[in-house]
Design a protein around this ligand. Structure first.
Ligand SMILES: *Cc1c(COP(=O)(O)O)cnc(C)c1O
Length: 388
């Protein structure tokens, strides 16, 4: 990153923490053994490192047994494994899978793929503040339902879903509950005891890209049909040689997340309050997307009436933020998440997502908020239709 570049897109990805990288390095060229080669010391050394990482992850997500952690290549794979795996294992029990309209694309597309295989997919709506409609959820769960998949924290608007309430609904009706916690872990306390399956990703928590995990409840045991077939690693759920350096990195990232979560969330909440107040004090016709309280501190999503998010970003090329959805931002379609919030199409096009994180400084928050205000004012003055 050049020194003049400011990174405020922590929901898209985070930089790898140097302490994470330092832990990983020996496992590339020195302790390079195959962690599944239990017959010699090099294999055992890699295996020890992987099992230590598994423990670190288990602690952060609140797993009772480290065996409940299955390594994957990231949250996309974890989510696919959860959805496809449950669908294929429980198709005798029923064919309904329930999710929400604001899930990450990898959940929605995995569900739709299952829909094409004959499953009935229900995408429940959300309320205006971005929280899921619990009543709609409760009504959607019928005796054919095998799985509910609702994310813990949304990646565009940062809202925190009522996991305990969703968990109660699922338990009462004896339905498996999966949550995509990629944006939640390290930011808020997550509790694996409330769910049956939970997805996490390394690169959202200052770990390396290309590694993630799926928490798979052991007791009572649940069945999960694999996506990959091979050597039967990871309790036969996910075959393939584990990338020991990446596993070690994810473990360290989880350990650091656990140590820093409290102090970081206080810092980020101050930044967010300051940022929002400054924008709202200095600009008219701005709208906060999502819920001001039920959301993580590191994520702000605001619509700026009369200007396009893309236009604001073009006006400040040294600042890395995101407009619309990160995954669809090379198409100019309005974000489906903002559409689901019943934000009108103009305002959906006018949104920016600003993400703060571990390495964000107050000076950067000050600078970026000023630049946004300046840029929005300039664009509005140039606009033939802007009426203040
Ligand atoms: C980033 C993200 C994913 C995808 O994770 P990868 O590890 O990049 O595959 C899934 N869900 C959410 C909520 C995310 O933020």
């Amino acid at each position: 990153m050049s020194t003049s570049t400011i990174y405020m897109d922590y929901q898209a990805t985070t930089p790898c923490d140097k302490r994470v990288l330092d832990e990983m390095l020996p496992y590339f060229c020195e302790d390079f053994g195959n962690p599944h080669s239990a017959s010699h010391v090099m294999g055992l050394r890699a295996q020890d490192a992987v099992e230590n990482a598994r423990n670190q992850i288990a602690r952060l997500v609140g797993a009772v047994d480290p065996k409940e952690i299955v390594f994957t290549s990231g949250a996309t794979e974890s989510n696919n494994l959860a959805i496809q795996g449950v669908a294929r294992s429980y198709k005798e029990k029923g064919n309904r899978i329930i999710t929400s309209v604001i899930e990450h694309k990898c959940i929605l597309e995995a569900c739709r793929a299952m829909g094409r295989e004959g499953f009935e997919i229900i995408e429940i709506p959300i309320l205006k503040n971005g929280l899921i409609d619990l009543q709609a959820l409760e009504e959607a769960v019928n005796d054919q339902t095998i799985l509910v998949s609702i994310m813990t924290v949304n990646n565009e608007i940062g809202t925190i879903q009522p996991i305990n309430e969703i968990s109660e609904i699922c338990r009462k009706k004896d339905v498996l509950f999966h949550t995509d916690a990629a944006q939640a872990i390290g930011k808020i306390k997550v509790d694996a005891s409330k769910v049956d399956l939970m997805s996490i990703s390394g690169h959202k928590i200052y770990g390396p890209k290309g590694i993630g995990a799926l928490y798979v409840r052991l007791r009572p045991r649940l069945k999960l049909f694999p996506i990959f077939f091979g050597g039967g690693q990871e309790r036969r759920i996910r075959s393939g040689t584990l990338p020991s350096p990446l596993c070690v990195g994810l473990g360290k990232a989880c350990e650091l997340a656990q140590q820093n979560m409290h102090s970081e969330s206080i810092k980020l909440a101050e930044f967010k309050d300051y940022f929002i107040k400054k924008i709202f004090d200095n600009l008219s016709k701005v709208y906060l997307n999502g819920d001001a309280k039920q959301s993580i501190p590191g994520c702000v999503n605001i619509s700026f009436g009369g200007v396009e998010g893309e236009g604001i970003m073009l006006g400040m090329p040294d600042i890395c933020i995101s407009s619309g959805s990160a995954c669809t931002s090379d198409s100019l379609e309005p974000s489906y998440v903002l559409e689901a919030l019943a934000v009108n199409e103009d305002l959906a096009h006018s949104s920016l997502r600003i993400g703060f994180g571990r390495f964000t400084t107050f000076d950067e928050v000050e600078y970026v908020s000023s630049r946004i205000i300046e840029t929005v004012n300039r664009l509005r003055e140039m606009s033939p239709i802007w009426k203040g």
